[in-house]
Design a protein around this ligand. Structure first.
Ligand SMILES: Nc1ncnc2c1ncn2[C@@H]1O[C@H](COP(=O)(O)OP(=O)(O)OP(=O)(O)O)[C@@H](O)[C@H]1O
Length: 277
């Protein structure tokens, strides 16, 4: 099956029950426009993300999906538009400040330290939670040690949750791709984010690996209550796990709604059929 053909998208069998409590608007993107020289990556795009939902961003290649994630993440700053997170208007915020606000992400191309172990990679995700400075570490040895133990405990919990105990001491570069993706998810979760941005979490995976990843994403959403925004090309996955879907094409929003409504939207069907990818 061509997984990008939205007219042929049977759901993956993950047993997802969409009856969860979706809350208030957590993130509101209003009239976002972003250009790179003459290229309009995003043109007047508005949509919101509600607490506890799984929100998919879809669209053909070059539609502006990663640009939008990079805007939410603070890597790109749109020339026009407003970003309101938890009722606060954001003004030119850096990715590290965005991370401290409780927004974490994974990347399309895995961004892990390949020579470091799984455990140490996940530990780097605790950075935003670390309070002890170098000086405090030197003076308040006991306090710093307690903090270190709390971080270790959290990381061990995640290792159990994502079922990667058997590889905790393995350098990440030696792992198969699917497991590296899972480690990257663990590292993002280590900061205990309220909002998790996943840029193509199933790219390059076989059906079994995708089913595993879907299950973990749903577990994260249901057990931790984490709100999730994900870019995904596999329409079976999108149909199966997302609550609402926003569709971009050439930087413009052409659809927004439940997976079923979006898949039946003529403009969306045309955009996909008209694309060679
Ligand atoms: N840093 C950049 N500099 C110049 N152009 C860029 C940059 N980032 C994105 N673009 C352009 O913006 C447009 C949208 O790209 P973007 O990567 O957001 O699309 P996408 O929907 O994520 O695509 P894909 O599915 O292929 O990842 C494309 O024309 C792309 O070439």
């Amino acid at each position: 099956m061509n997984t990008r053909d939205i007219t042929a998208a049977p759901p993956l069998q993950t047993g997802h029950q969409p009856a969860r409590k979706i809350g208030v608007v957590m993130l509101d993107l209003q009239n976002i426009s972003l250009s790179f020289g003459g290229i309009k990556a995003l043109a007047d795009v508005s949509f919101n993300v509600r607490e506890h939902e799984i929100r998919a961003i879809i669209g053909p290649n070059g539609a502006g999906k990663s640009s939008m994630i990079n805007v939410i993440n603070g890597i790109y700053h749109p020339q026009k538009g407003k970003i309101i997170f938890r009722d606060q208007l954001r003004r030119g915020m850096s990715p590290s400040k965005v991370a401290r606000q409780g927004i974490a992400r994974t990347f399309q191309n895995i961004a892990l330290f390949k020579g470091m172990t799984v455990l140490d990679n996940i530990m780097t995700g605790r950075n935003t939670k670390m309070h002890s400075s170098f000086l405090a570490n030197a003076i308040w040895w006991g306090r710093a040690r307690n903090e270190e133990m709390r971080h270790r405990h959290k990381v061990e919990e995640l290792i159990d949750f994502l079922e990667i105990q058997h590889i905790r001491k393995t350098p990440v570069g030696r792992l198969p791709y699917g497991l590296q993706k899972r480690v990257e998810l663990a590292r993002a979760l280590a900061s205990e984010p309220e909002l998790l941005l996943l840029d193509e979490p199933m790219a390059g995976m076989n059906v079994e690996e995708k089913q595993d990843m879907c299950r973990f994403i749903l577990d994260v959403n249901q057990q931790f209550g984490t709100t999730i925004v994900l870019i995904e090309h596999d329409m079976g996955v999108v149909m199966d796990i997302s609550d609402r879907v926003v569709v971009l094409d050439y930087g413009k929003k052409i659809g927004d709604g439940t997976p079923a409504a979006v898949m039946a939207n003529q403009e969306v069907i045309k955009a996909y059929l008209g694309s060679s990818h």
